[in-house]
Design a protein around this ligand. Structure first.
Ligand code: ARG
Ligand code: ASP
Length: 710
């Protein structure tokens, strides 16, 4: 291979991963050990992951399917984020017993609240099973056959590996299917809420501060895992006892300083590190702007409602948190990609890849083919985004979607007894629709926005001027039969045992159903679905080749596999950064900042009176830093993503110093492109967390369960 100077320079610039970039596989951490120790780590890779001995991995759990938690006592007590436990805090709250607003602290084991459906998963061990999974598989096979064979191998292997145990196995692809790992897990299902600070602490700064630094959110909550008498997972029972983890984390009150080594151990969900310039362009410049604009509308109406009544605040809290979270992240991501010229960076790398691939037939065509596949994907992806973010924005259309799917899937069969009682249950349990001014405003405005942008031609047929379309949408909402359930129920009763076509003919008497069906039918034609699925499959297949090629092109680089909700280690150091010209961000925040942000008139910045008293008395106890301040948060260069929330942040000795909960806005493009100048993870300082439990909540009995060193 003839390397020209610009070629080498570019490789250095673009590819070999940046020092702090990467989400590493615990089993293979030996490869990173030297670099981690050089960066300051005092423990070994085996202390983190060891198949034969209790190690740090036994203290880390997957919280449901989307967050991380860590054991901090030998009685199954674990920490995660407030926003991870949010659903359980909200769903156990009422306006009278409002744990979201006032916090919740179990003062004894009896008071702990069982959380139905919540799981805590421990990784027992992992194993490279690439050879078994890819046995007899080759690239010449049609993709569908190839996948079938792979799925068959996976099913057999998973069954074999956990045969005769209470474990559960999953096998996941890495590097777009160039490698496969098996995960054998132990899944606990009796998990109880133990503690959560009031919203003013656990969500201090709210959506205003979300994704931002400086940050002062006390984003933690506590749960406890219960097991049967043999310490094994069991469904909830009052006879269950606190689980004894193989390992729980030691907590250090020493804190961290700029430059200190830290690592994060958790379950990052999804990254797309290796995608092409087309993918980056589509996400940052096409899809994100659509989603942001449509969510602007939804958020405006929900926020108005939430500010108008405590009941509505509780009602919408969870969904608004999630809508706002994506909305803000995508803004940061698109700006970040533009700032670092992400599309151009990718294109420059692709030019080099093409040069390298020129005389390699296996790789020569991969980039042009990827480009074509994205060209096919783009129009349908864009339409689908509109449908999802506009049509599916209202509760009304969501209810029709559910009914539509039931009809389409032939679920309205009299095997299930077409009686009024079954239909009543359907309306109460599945469709659960409640009309509201807020929902109506969202429906009208998002649909109108879609129409204005030419993505709702079906509305055009009916009405022409904007005023007419608006009136039409208002009428649709007001007259929807979902609003007149008695009428709709009668109609649904008639649909039992009808073919979907006949059922739809009946249901479309309801104009709102008709509108939904037309909108759905438009975005979801067979041809469009085919175009969508086949181009996605094609992209996956080509990415498998492209990534394999990259690895051959740069055999000396240690490539990390994209996040896929499997356990990973990421390491870096505590560091401030320069978000924009003339501004330097210090790497840690303190209680002082909470008082500076205080504003009794703004919901997000109300400070709890008790916290204020503690501040005024400077009553920080052993949780203060050397300067006598109470630390609240810190930032570091660890490469994290969604799913890492709640992950333990550990120091060089492997002791818990913080709980990961966010990233800095200027660096949210790290799922696509990591830039060490801008990408920072945000952690809650463990001292603030303990201070809140101990001094603020008076739940010192929980702190006493923990192992704490100075
Ligand atoms: N941005 C963080 C994450 O992606 C926290 C989200 C919850 N907080 C909020 N204000 N919505 O999960
Ligand atoms: N806040 C995210 C989470 O919930 C973490 C992140 O995206 O950095 O996992």
């Amino acid at each position: 291979m003839k390397k020209t100077l610009p070629f080498l320079l570019l490789l250095l610039l673009i590819h070999p991963l940046h020092a702090d970039e990467g989400m590493w596989i615990p089993l293979l951490l030996g490869k990173n050990e030297a670099a981690m120790q050089k960066a300051g780590m005092k423990i070994t890779a085996k202390d983190i992951y060891d198949i034969n001995n209790a190690c740090l991995k036994d203290a880390v759990i997957l919280f449901n399917q989307g967050c991380t938690g860590e054991y901090v006592s030998d009685e199954g007590l674990f920490l995660t984020n407030h926003h991870c436990g949010y659903y359980y805090i909200v769903s156990n709250s009422t306006v009278e017993h409002n744990y979201l607003t006032n916090g919740f602290w179990a003062m004894n084991r009896e008071q702990e609240i069982p959380c139905k459906g919540l799981t805590a998963t421990r990784l027992v061990y992992m194993e490279d099973v690439t050879d078994e999974v890819l046995q007899d598989v080759c690239d010449q096979q049609p993709e569908a056959d190839r996948q079938r064979l792979i799925d068959m191998h996976i099913a057999t292997l998973c069954a074999e590996k956990v045969n005769g145990t209470h474990y559960k196995a999953v096998i996941k692809p890495f590097y777009y299917g160039n490698q496969y790992f098996l995960y054998v897990n132990e899944v606990f299902t009796d998990v109880r809420l133990v503690g959560a600070p009031p919203s003013n602490i656990g969500k201090f700064g709210g959506d205003t501060d979300n994704w931002m630094w400086p940050r002062h959110t006390g984003d933690f909550s506590m749960f406890r895992v219960y097991a049967d008498k043999d310490n094994k997972p069991a469904p909830y029972s009052k006879d269950n006892v606190p689980y004894k983890p193989l390992k729980h984390l030691t907590i250090s009150l020493k804190g961290v300083n700029e430059g200190d080594f830290t690592f994060v151990f958790g379950y990052p969900g999804t990254t797309q590190r290796y995608v092409t310039s087309d993918a980056v362009d589509l996400a940052a410049n096409v899809e994100n702007p659509i989603r942001i604009a449509l969510r602007d509308i939804r958020l405006k109406h929900y926020n108005e409602a939430m500010n108008s009544s405590p009941a509505l605040r509780l009602k919408y809290a969870s969904r608004v948190a999630s809508i706002a979270n994506g909305w803000k992240k995508w803004q940061g991501e698109s700006i970040g990609i533009r700032r670092v010229d992400g599309v151009a960076q990718k294109k420059a790398f692709e030019a080099d890849f093409r040069q390298w691939a020129n005389n390699r037939p296996d790789y020569k065509e991969v980039l042009p083919q990827l480009h074509q596949a994205y060209e096919r994907l783009k129009p349908v992806e864009v339409e689908w985004t509109w449908f999802n973010e506009a049509v599916m924005a209202s509760d009304l259309m969501n209810a029709y979607y559910k009914l539509y799917r039931m009809v389409q899937n032939g679920e309205l069969k009299s095997g299930k007894l077409a009686t009024e009682a079954t239909v009543d249950a359907l309306f109460q349990k599945t469709l659960k629709f409640e009309a509201s001014e807020t929902d109506k405003a969202i429906f009208v405005e998002t649909m109108l926005c879609m129409w204005r942008n030419g993505f709702a031609p079906y509305l055009d047929k009916k009405q022409h001027s904007e005023a007419e379309v608006t009136r039409f949408l208002n009428d649709i909402y007001d007259n929807a039969w979902m609003n007149k359930p008695e009428k709709l129920k009668k109609l649904v009763l008639k649909c039992f045992d009808k073919t979907p076509e006949d059922a739809f003919k009946l249901l479309r008497k309801d104009h709102a159903m008709d509108l939904f069906a037309v909108a759905y039918g438009y975005a979801y034609t067979t041809a469009k679905r085919e175009q969508y699925t086949s181009s996605k499959q094609e992209i996956d297949k080509l990415m498998r080749t492209y990534v394999k090629g990259m690895m051959e092109m740069m055999p000396d680089s240690n490539f990390f596999p994209d996040a896929n909700l499997t356990l990973r280690v990421t390491y870096g150091h505590v560091a401030g950064f320069r978000p924009k010209d003339g501004v330097w961000y210090q790497p840690y925040s303190t209680l002082e900042g909470i008082m500076q942000k205080e504003n009794p008139d703004i919901y997000d910045y109300v400070v709890e009176p008790k916290l204020k008293q503690l501040y005024e008395a400077k009553d920080y106890g052993r949780y203060a830093n050397a300067k006598g301040e109470l630390p609240v948060g810190f930032i570091a260069t660890n490469h994290t993503t969604g799913g890492n929330s709640g992950s333990p942040v550990l120091n060089a000795e492997g002791q818990l110093i913080g709980i990961n909960f966010d990233r800095c806005w200027e660096g949210t493009m790290s799922d696509l492109l990591f830039d060490p100048d801008y990408c920072r993870n945000i952690s809650l300082d463990i001292r603030y967390c303990l201070f809140i439990i101990d001094k603020f909540a008076g739940a010192g009995h929980l702190v006493n369960e923990m192992t704490i060193v100075k």
